[in-house]
Write a protein that binds this ligand. Structure first.
Ligand code: COA
Length: 441
C-alpha cells in the first residue's frame, strides 16, 4: 500500500474511532493544546458501546469534558490527572477524578508502571501528513512520542490549524492506527497585560540574570510577565519545558539568540507549547525550535548541562523555611508539580546556574463567609495538608514585588530574616511574632 492509500485506509469518523477503544484499555491523552478535542468531547459515548473499566490519564486538559466531570462515567473510564486545570479541579471536589503526584521528567515511566500490562491507547492531535508520510505532534511531545515508541494503539485527530513543529514530534503515518480529520480552533491562552507588581518582580529578576543565560520560564502569570523585563539582555538561550508567548517576544526582540548554548546551540528547546495564536504562528514550520521528549528536556542532569541555566517559576505559598507549595491550596489540588523541581534542581546543578521562585507577596482570597480578604503568600507554616512542590533543600532565590533574596545555603534564621524582608509590610510584624512563637530560627 502506498502512503496515501495507507492514510485513507485508517480514516474513520469520530464515532468509528471511539469504537476502536476496548474495555480495560489504559488511555493517555495529549497534553494541553495537543489534546484531541473532538474525540474527548464525545469520549463518554463509549458507555453506549458497552465499554467499561478503562483508565484515562491526562495532563493540563483544556476542556471540561463530560467523561471526566460527570459521575455517570466512573465505571466506564476512571480519570487521573497529574496537572489539573479548571475542569479537573471541579471534578476532584466531587470525587470524580484523582490526582497522580509525579515529576514531569518521570511522568511516562510512572504511567507505564501503573498500566499492569493493559493495552495502551494514545488519543492525540497532529498536523496533516506531509508528502513523505509524516505528521507532527505539534504542541506537545512531553510523553506522546514515548507512548508511540512503546507500541501504543494511536488514534490521531488531524487538525490543519495546528502548527507543524520539529524534533521528537515527528511521527510516520505507519505508526498511527486510526485517523480522524477535524478542523477545530486550537486552545489558546489570552495575553495578559503586565501590572506594576509584575514589572517590579521582573526588574529584580532581570538584575540577577546575566547575558548568555539559558532560561526556562514556568507556567503561570508571573514567569510569562518576567520575559518582558529580559528584553535588553544579550544572547540568551532557551531550554524550557513550556514554550510561551513571552519567549516569542524575546526571540523577536533579539534578546534570545541561542548562540551561547551548550546543548543544541542555535535552537530553542521545549517539550510543550501553550499560549496565544501569536505563539502558534511562530512555531509553525519553524526549524529553530525543537520539541524534545519531556523525559530528556526535564531531566535535571540534562538541564544542568546548559550554559548559565536559569529557571523562573512561581508558587502559591512559601513558608519561612523556604518550602514552596506550588500545586495545592492546603490539601486541595490546584495544578501539579509539573517541572517545577526538575527545572529548579536542574538549574542548580549548573555551576553558574540560578533558580527563581517569583510570587506576589499577597493573594486575594475569599474567607469562610465568601468575603474577599488579603493574605500573605509568605507564611510561617504552609496550610495544613499543602503539598510541597519544591523542598527547602532545593529552593534558591525567592522574589516578590518587595525584592529578591537568596535562600540557598542560608540557615533558617537567615531565611526567616530574608523572607520577611520581601513580605508585604502589613504582615511583617505578624510573621516575626509567629517565627518566635514556633521557634523557627
Ligand atoms: N492561598 C490561597 N489561595 C491562593 C494563594 C494562597 N497563598 N495564592 C494564590 N491563591 C489563589 C489565587 O487567588 C487564585 O485564585 P482564583 O483562581 O480564584 O483567582 C489561584 O490561587 C491561582 O493563583 P495565581 O497566582 O493566579 O496562579 P497562576 O495561574 O499564576 O499559577 C501556580 C500559579 C503556582 C498555580 C502555577 O505556576 C503552578 O501550577 N506551578 C506549579 C508547576 C510549575 O511551576 N511548573 C514549572 C514548569 S512549567
Amino acid at each position: 500500500m502506498n502512503i496515501p492509500e495507507s492514510y485513507q485506509s485508517k480514516l474513520k469518523t469520530e464515532e468509528e474511532a471511539l469504537q476502536t477503544i476496548k474495555s480495560n484499555d489504559f488511555i493517555i491523552t495529549g497534553l494541553g493544546a495537543a489534546e484531541p478535542i473532538p474525540l474527548l468531547t464525545k469520549l463518554h459515548h463509549i458507555k453506549d458501546y458497552g465499554i467499561k473499566g478503562c483508565d484515562l490519564t491526562n495532563c493540563l486538559p483544556m476542556g471540561n469534558y463530560e467523561f471526566m466531570t460527570k459521575r455517570d462515567y466512573k465505571g466506564v473510564v476512571r480519570t487521573t490527572g497529574w496537572f489539573y486545570s479548571q475542569g479537573m479541579r471541579k471534578a476532584h471536589k466531587e470525587n470524580i477524578v484523582s490526582f497522580a503526584p509525579q515529576h514531569l521528567h518521570s511522568a511516562f515511566t510512572k504511567r507505564l508502571y501503573a498500566r499492569d500490562g493493559r493495552r495502551l491507547v494514545l488519543l492525540v492531535a497532529c498536523t496533516p501528513m506531509d508528502k513523505h508520510g509524516y505528521v507532527s505532534l505539534s504542541l506537545s511531545t512531553t510523553y506522546e512520542r514515548d507512548a508511540i515508541d512503546v507500541g501504543a494503539f494511536v488514534i490521531a485527530v488531524v487538525n490543519p490549524n495546528l502548527p507543524r513543529t520539529f524534533g521528537d514530534t515527528t511521527v510516520h503515518i505507519s505508526e498511527v492506527d486510526v485517523i480522524v480529520e477535524s478542523s477545530y480552533d486550537v486552545p489558546s491562552l489570552p495575553e495578559i497585560p503586565l501590572n506594576e507588581k509584575d514589572k517590579k518582580i521582573g526588574q529584580y529578576i532581570a538584575e540577577l540574570i546575566e547575558d548568555e543565560a539559558t532560561i526556562q520560564l514556568g507556567i503561570g502569570g508571573i514567569p510569562n510577565a518576567v520575559a518582558e523585563s529580559l528584553r535588553s539582555k544579550k544572547n540568551l538561550g532557551i531550554h524550557t519545558e513550556m514554550f510561551t508567548d513571552g519567549m516569542v517576544d524575546l526571540i523577536k526582540a533579539g534578546a534570545v539568540t541561542n548562540n551561547k548554548k551548550t546543548l543544541y546551540p542555535g535552537k530553542t528547546i521545549a517539550t510543550f507549547a501553550l499560549g496565544s495564536k501569536k505563539l502558534y504562528d511562530f512555531l509553525d514550520d519553524n526549524p529553530s525550535v525543537l520539541m524534545k521528549h519531556g523525559k530528556w528536556t526535564n531531566n535535571p542532569y540534562i538541564i544542568g548541562q546548559n550554559h548559565k541555566m536559569t529557571s523562573i517559576n512561581t508558587t502559591l505559598e512559601v513558608d519561612l523555611f523556604g518550602q514552596c507549595a506550588s500545586e495545592s491550596i492546603g490539601p486541595m489540588q490546584f495544578s501539579g508539580t509539573g517541572g517545577q523541581s526538575d527545572t529548579a534542581i536542574g538549574a542548580q546543578l549548573c555551576a553558574e546556574g540560578k533558580s527563581f521562585i517569583a510570587l506576589y507577596s499577597t493573594a486575594e482570597v475569599k474567607d469562610g463567609e465568601g468575603k474577599r480578604k488579603t493574605i500573605s503568600k509568605i507564611v510561617p507554616m504552609l496550610k495544613e495538608g499543602a503539598a510541597v512542590s519544591l523542598s527547602r533543600n532545593d529552593v534558591d532565590y525567592v522574589v516578590t514585588e518587595f525584592g529578591a533574596v537568596r535562600l540557598k545555603g542560608q540557615s533558617v534564621t537567615e531565611r526567616v530574616r530574608r523572607l520577611i524582608s520581601i513580605s508585604h509590610p502589613d504582615f511583617r510584624d505578624q510573621l516575626k511574632f509567629e517565627a518566635e512563637k514556633h521557634c523557627i530560627w
